[in-house]
Ligand binder design. Structure first.
Ligand SMILES: [Zn+2]
Length: 366
């Protein structure tokens, strides 16, 4: 069993290594003879191929490279490996041979995939391009000025990658389903890729990002959309509007509340009490971002109390007291608490009491 695993492992590495020659050939076929290998790294799950090219790879070019590479695989090109006199090899193939570096000695191992790539290469290769089975480009990136990197998978690893991709697609569409049910499930890879671009994140961050955006927009009604890309565009715009709304409401409300602040005599501490339509946590957090504030804000659902970093206070006993007054309960962290209850008619009294308790507690500290 152990021997078999070792062989699978080595065979996958060979697919990835031979794949780099095929990808190199595909790049040259698409972009021209100036394509030059700048480095490569092999792994069991994927391979990276770095090459010199004057501009980044466009999305439609990725598809073309992948399709040329897979065409080379389908052509089942026999791979020639031979040891040659350096001079003979150079005469026959030119200096392109040395893309992977110049090997020492008079005899060099020449790897030739006729019509695709020829290089002096000491690596371990398959005997025929068809053994690669298939190639899938996972990612392209600009790693430095003039150098691009292609990350790809070959053989069974393509299936593994596709399975993960399908699972990710399933998870994000399920997340979106309550607000943006998707009616058409096509071109999953492309949909995911474009969704990542909408949020400017990589695939491993997509799920969390969508979760966060859904939370921050708090959209409740259902809007059916054709595709994942549509859902993400809608969500992104909705989120942008929500952010704008929040800002407008907040700055007005905050100014009004700070204007009405009560300064505790003989101290630099100001108490802000008030009601607002926007989320009380957001408002309170904005007020106490400046030093010297204690804020008690009610937003129709909860009363939030918060204190600036430089104010020595534990608001938790206060929150539990006010919570009782409102017919409910309260608690939280020393400088950020929430309380609430059904007695909405007691809100003015509660805010007044919160102010008194704050003054009392701060006086105790003196
Ligand atoms: Zn090689």
């Amino acid at each position: 069993m152990h021997g078999k695993l070792d062989w699978d492992h080595r065979y996958t590495l060979m697919k990835h290594h031979t794949g780099t020659h095929v990808v190199n050939g595909a790049l040259r076929r698409l972009f021209g003879e100036h394509i030059w290998q700048a480095g490569s790294q092999l792994g069991v799950t994927e391979a990276r191929f770095d090459f010199a090219h004057y501009k980044p790879i466009a999305d439609d070019e990725i598809k073309k490279i992948e399709s040329i590479a897979n065409e080379f695989v389908r052509q089942a090109v026999p791979i020639q490996k031979k040891v040659m006199e350096r001079n003979d090899a150079e005469r026959e193939h030119g200096f392109r041979l040395y893309q992977g570096g110049v090997p020492p000695g008079n005899l060099i191992r020449v790897l030739n995939l006729p019509g695709i790539d020829v290089e002096a290469c000491g690596g371990t290769h398959l005997n025929n391009t068809k053994e690669i089975e298939k190639i899938r480009i996972l990612k392209t990136e600009r790693i430095q000025d003039g150098v691009n990197r292609i990350t790809f998978a070959a053989g069974k690893m393509v299936d593994v990658y596709q399975k993960e991709e399908n699972e990710l697609y399933h998870r994000v569409t399920m997340l979106l389903a309550p607000v943006y049910p998707i009616t058409l499930h096509e071109n999953i890879a492309e949909q995911l890729h474009r969704a990542e671009k909408i949020f400017s994140v990589s695939s491993d961050q997509l799920e969390k990002t969508i979760q966060r955006f859904l939370k921050e927009t708090a959209k409740k009604d259902k809007t059916p959309v054709p595709s994942l890309v549509d859902a993400c565009n809608h969500l992104f715009n909705e989120w942008k509007n929500a952010q704008k709304q929040k800002k407008v409401v907040s700055s007005d409300a905050i100014e009004r509340l700070q204007h009405d602040a009560f300064q505790i005599p003989g101290t630099a501490i100001k108490i802000v009490t008030g009601q607002c339509d926007a989320d009380a946590i957001t408002i309170a957090a904005a007020i106490i971002s400046e030093p010297g504030y204690v804020a008690h804000i009610y937003d129709g659902k909860k009363l939030v109390s918060a204190a600036s970093d430089n104010v020595e206070i534990d608001l938790r006993p206060l929150a539990s007291e006010i919570g009782k007054l409102l017919g409910g309960s309260g608690g939280g962290k020393p400088k950020l608490t929430q309380c609430g209850g059904p007695n909405r008619d007691k809100i003015n009294e509660s805010l007044k009491t919160a102010k008194q308790l704050t003054i009392q507690q701060l006086k105790k500290h003196e």
